[in-house]
Ligand binder design. Sequence first.
Ligand SMILES: [Mn+2]
Length: 329
Amino acid sequence: MSNQYKRLSLSALAKLVRKKKSTLILCHQNPDPDTLGSAFALKELLECFGSSVRVACCDTPSKRFNFITGGRDLTYHTLDYERIIAVDVASPTQLGGLGFLANSVDFTIDHHEMNTRFSDYYEDFRASNCENIYLLAKKTKMLKKLPTHFYECIYAGMSSDTGGFKYSNVKPETMSTACEVLKSGIDHAEINRVMFDSKTIEEIKAQRLTYEIMKLYCDNSLAIAMFTKEIKEKNGIVDGDISDAVNHVRGIEGVLVGLTLKQSSDDEKKFFLSSRSNANIDVSQVCASIGGGGHKRASGATIRCESPEEALELVVGLFSKAIEEYKKR
Ligand SMILES: [Mn+2]
């Protein structure tokens, strides 16, 4: 199946983006700064080449990321796009409600090792997809013409996907690229403050709730917070408020894997799983076994179950097994 699509080299990709075409850029569901930064940085680049560009996502981004999106509405509108590009999207499932567009994607630019290759693709397993966009812009020799916003977008994605340059995915090349990006003179401290050190009251409430509802398994090495529709409604929180919850549960000493399960507010049988690993436990493998994917230490999946209890039982079973295998090694 994967053979039907072409792998694009960076030079081939650079040729493609030079073409003046009306373009739709697709982000993954539950948009984070890497998918949004990739989309809006690429938008700046394509506009330099005279293209008209729209960005779409099935979910509304957090207002926190307005410095990337400009507060734009990312709702998909049917228009005659001459090309569709997906960024930081590992599989059609990750397009969420826009999954029906997967077959129309002309090419994907991604950094996930688990990419299912659903279109022609450029891939490089760098820490963030924004690095790929930056290197693409560099290849087109347009860096000097790009506005500050381009660099802010790139930096946001890089910093976000590396947890502020502190995760295991940071390589010397990551820092070299970050160094080039910083030379543009962006206010990186402010970007980091907005992304990591500033929380809304709802997020603070959600954080407190996360610890209250969290359950521990596997001798306290597996932590899970399950957000049912009922819990979300009762506490007045939305999914955007709990996007960081998985990092809170995995931040507990002794926890090897942290998980959150969020019951969909529209479909009670749908659950969004996020997983983070603190050890050499490949959570992307576990997520792949239930139709998801991502990175070795940060992955997700969307699962269908009859009840929250059933969803919990399923993921506890899968991740306990992975942890027990790790402990035996
Ligand atoms: Mn990413």
